[in-house]
Design a protein around this ligand. Structure first.
Ligand SMILES: [Zn+2]
Length: 173
């Protein structure tokens, strides 16, 4: 007898939904945070040690072994840092090291490789004692038809990127 009609599969769906709501902010908020809550981190590397492998014409599947982990080197972010520099265009914070990281929360074999179980590099700098991630920002916003290519990217720290999103008039065009 199930007077309110909730089935086992409904319960699983609700649990699944809460799981995603719980982790949603890690990917869609730009609030300052402790990255180690989100990422599992291994070694860190000097900027040049990573970017020396990011050269024009590398194949999409080109990988380099970093201390036992094979890392895909074709990435718009890496190209942005290589060709546009590692300094935030707004606050001038400089990304000074790469950390080899992967998302922490996906642990099932099923989602391995689809949700970031392989390691990649994130670039970080230190701003007023905080570790702050560097991102690639669209110079001309994607929402206004800005292109997804390195010409339209600029390095920006995640904190300035968050401010920019809230102040459309700041957007450089
Ligand atoms: Zn900044």
């Amino acid at each position: 007898m199930n007077p309110i009609g909730i089935t086992k599969s409904d319960t699983i769906s609700v649990a699944f939904l809460f799981y995603h709501v719980k982790y949603f902010h890690y990917f869609y908020s730009m609030e300052p945070r402790n990255y180690l809550d989100t990422y599992e981190r291994k070694e860190t590397y000097p900027v040049e040690e990573v970017l020396k492998h990011v050269v024009p014409g590398i194949k999409r599947n080109f990988r380099v072994d970093f201390d036992g982990d094979s890392i895909k080197m074709h990435s718009d972010r890496y190209f942005t840092f290589k060709y546009k520099g590692c300094k935030c265009v707004k606050c001038n914070m400089e990304g000074t090291y790469f950390a080899k990281e992967r998302h922490k929360f996906v642990s099932t074999e099923k989602y391995k490789d689809t949700y970031g179980q392989s390691y990649h590099f994130n670039l970080y700098g230190i701003k007023e004692g905080r570790e702050v991630m560097m991102t690639k920002d669209h110079i001309f916003p994607k929402s206004k038809g800005g292109k997804d290519n390195v010409e339209n990217y600029q390095p920006m720290c995640i904190e300035c990127n968050a401010e920019k999103k809230n102040n459309v008039e700041d957007v450089k065009q």
